[in-house]
Design a protein around this ligand. Structure first.
Ligand code: ARG
Length: 702
């Protein structure tokens, strides 16, 4: 299909005819309607980072295993390791709480561009424009919250050429209902991650709870009951075929399809290599310790998976940018755009855009490594992130305000408990030594924090000696010591702590010497980008652009579709359980298949989930345009039935967030029949399948 993560409110105007041609049978109102139940009411944003969908009238929610991973790990102990063994709640009383986890359900969205830009002209100074719009964004969102009843925000689209208001209900009681064993939910591990063909049962189940009036609560509350959604998705049992219509509804996080060539170039030759190097270093240290100690393996499982996911993403993105010549393509587009601008005096308003972008990127490039090494280096070290969390308390201690001090202290209790539950100081010490050393070596001398001068003077330049000192003397290495500090907090003690001092040095250097320069360049870039995007849309006025993903609700549509990966290689559109047997490797933890699953597959015990050839369907691909944040999104057929869950993208199109290639980009999905088979046959939890609305209305439209 074509590129596009569309705002559901515009489906009727922008895409309906094309969608119908591809097989959509629903009306625009059945997809998005503010007043009546529509598909949008079945789709939720999970925890701000993933998507989920209701599949029962009792608030039962499906999402990916990798989206539920942190909740699954947090509810695991070495004695009751549900991450490893899987888990299905036998009754609602067995469902597991997840403090802090929430879902947002869209109430409505609104185009507020006119309101944001009223009175602003091309002559309005940039700083004034920014301040005015920010104030209006805040006020508009505040009014829409209706005294805290809703969550609301205004997001800009197309580089600040348009603005939209989003209003949600936020439910803070989301309980874990089920998950397959990790060997199923993460089958193929990092080796298969970002790749097709795939055999991962990437799903987990939650339930949303509300108060007696079906209204959201801030956290888990006594007396809460399963939420009754306005709409839940029926499940299609008939399965999929190449060419079937497919749409994906969800919350894609971030794309940068309007990133200029200079930005792409910087990503390619500096940002991605730095991120890859720092993550590679951190992952190797973690893995060595995880392999030695099963308890530590469980503690670091979720952190490891998160860092590894985008480590491989950055590698794939760079490989793809080189292979597909992404920078050259963008450069050629910019040359054509510059010519178009020069052709007509009326386009003079855009003339400053491209030169200003070049100029701004010179500055951004000068400070880019510092930014990367602060984020992925210093903050790649856990103790530095804990030190950073002490900042508000330090502020309160400075003010001497007793109320503020006790508030800041209390606010740290839960985070500190969470932090130490999954923390190993000896492991983190190795990470500190390695990452801070790379930071010291790789960042330009003039941009280094003072702490490195101390390392040179006091430890002869040895970061590992410095790490020894920090970890032997900091109170931030142990929960007992941090709690003792919180019982009697003192500014002097905090400021004398070597880990806190390290953080302070990195942070103040960044705030004083790096951030102001980068921010000034960014302000120039904001204006230039806005003009650049406006010019591009005017030049290509026959093309309908969709705005870059920004964690707001979107719909993408396409079809079930195979692809040619490279010369002579064609990838089929679906996988089956046969492939699980082919990949099985009891000696490789990423490809272990649980004994029960092996037995069921070998016996072809697929029940009602078998396809017409008697195989068990596992995964399939569509040409929907998605990105991270869409994980867990429902894949819906032309009648509005659930056919799968989106969970990944393919290796050949890892540049997809920067440039869309319709021939190569695919969305990787787990077939809903595999999900249900895992729950019922493998997990023995038929009661959960029975909650859903299974139906077979014949072949999918398309
Ligand atoms: N690449 C997937 C995504 O970001 C996440 C897959 C998680 N699986 C894993 N093996 N780390 O959507």
């Amino acid at each position: 299909a074509d590129e596009g993560m569309w705002l559901p409110m515009f489906i009727k105007r922008l895409n309906q005819a094309d969608m119908q041609k591809k097989g959509l049978k629903l009306t625009a109102e059945e997809i998005y309607d503010v007043n009546n139940a529509s598909l949008k009411d079945a789709v939720v944003q999970l925890g701000g980072f993933c998507t989920g969908e209701f599949v029962s009238s009792q608030g039962l929610l499906l999402t990916n295993h990798h989206c539920g991973y942190d909740a699954i790990q947090s509810n695991s102990t070495p004695q009751d390791n549900i991450l490893q063994n899987g888990f299905y709640a036998a009754t609602k009383a067995d469902e597991k709480k997840n403090p802090g986890l929430f879902v947002d359900i869209l109430v409505r969205m609104e185009d507020v561009t006119g309101k944001m830009l009223e009175g602003i002209t091309a002559a309005t100074p940039e700083a004034e424009r920014m301040a005015t719009i920010q104030k209006r964004q805040r006020e508009t969102a505040e009014a829409a919250k209706e005294n805290g009843q809703y969550v609301a925000y205004v997001r800009d689209m197309f580089g600040g050429n348009e603005y939209y208001l989003f209003i949600y209900q936020r439910f803070g009681d989301v309980r874990l209902v089920g998950a397959p064993p990790e060997a199923v939910g993460k089958f193929g591990g990092d080796t298969d991650n970002w790749m097709w063909p795939r055999h991962t049962g990437d799903f987990s189940m939650f339930r949303v709870y509300a108060d007696k009036n079906n209204k959201p609560t801030a956290g888990t509350q006594e007396g809460n009951v399963p939420y009754v959604p306005k709409k839940h998705l029926p499940v299609a049992m008939q399965g999929i075929q190449e060419g079937d219509f497919a749409m994906v509804f969800g919350f894609p996080g971030r794309t940068q399809r309007f990133l200029p060539a200079a930005g792409l170039q910087l990503t390619l030759d500096e940002s991605n290599p730095a991120r890859i190097k720092l993550r590679d270093t951190r992952l190797k240290i973690w893995k060595a310790d995880m392999d030695k100690n099963p308890d530590l393996r469980l503690q670091y499982a979720s952190k490891y998976a998160n860092i590894a996911n985008y480590w491989k993403y950055f590698i794939g993105q760079n490989e793809g940018m080189n292979r597909l010549k992404t920078v050259d393509t963008k450069k050629a587009e910019e040359v054509a755009l510059a010519q178009w601008i020069a052709q007509d005096p009326a386009r003079q308003q855009y003339a400053e855009a491209l030169p200003a972008i070049e100029e701004a990127y010179k500055t951004v490039r000068q400070y880019n490594l510092s930014s990367q090494y602060v984020n992925e280096g210093a903050f790649g070290t856990e103790i530095v992130t804990l030190a950073a969390r002490m900042m508000p308390l330090a502020g309160a201690l400075k003010s001497g305000d007793k109320g503020a001090i006790s508030k800041a202290t209390e606010a740290l209790r839960e985070p500190v408990k969470d932090y130490f539950k999954d923390y190993s100081a000896p492991t983190d010490q190795k990470v500190f030594a390695a990452l801070m050393n790379l930071y010291m070596q790789d960042v330009p001398a003039a941009q280094q924090p003072d702490v490195f001068a101390t390392v040179k003077k006091q430890y002869g330049g040895s970061m590992s000696k410095c790490a020894d000192y920090v970890f032997s003397n900091s109170f931030l290495t142990s929960e007992a010591k941090v709690n003792a500090f919180l019982a009697n907090p003192s500014l002097a003690k905090l400021e004398a702590d070597p880990a806190y001092k390290t953080y302070q040095s990195v942070y103040s250097n960044y705030v004083q010497n790096i951030a102001p320069k980068v921010q000034a360049a960014q302000a120039g870039l904001a204006r230039a980008n806005r003009l650049y995007v406006a010019a591009l849309r005017e030049k290509n006025s026959q093309k309908v652009y969709s705005p870059d993903a920004n964690s707001t609700i979107r719909l993408s549509y396409g079809t079930v579709r195979s692809y040619n990966g490279r010369d002579a290689v064609n990838y089929n559109y679906k996988t089956t359980a046969q492939g699980i047997l082919e990949k099985e490797d009891p000696t490789n933890p990423e490809f272990v298949v649980p004994a029960k699953e092996l037995a069921l597959i070998k016996a072809k015990d697929f029940g009602r989930y078998a396809d017409k050839d008697g195989n068990l369907p596992v995964g399939f691909i569509t040409d929907n345009d998605i990105t991270g944040g869409n994980s867990g999104s429902p894949v819906i057929n032309g009648r509005g039935e659930l056919i799968g869950l989106a969970f990944d993208g393919n290796w050949e199109a890892m540049t997809g967030d920067l440039a869309y290639d319709p021939e190569l980009k695919r969305c990787i999905n787990v077939d809903i029949r595999y999900v249900l088979w895992c729950v019922e046959k493998l997990g023995g939890a038929k009661h959960l399948v029975d909650e859903m609305t299974l139906q077979n209305n014949g072949p999918n439209p398309g």
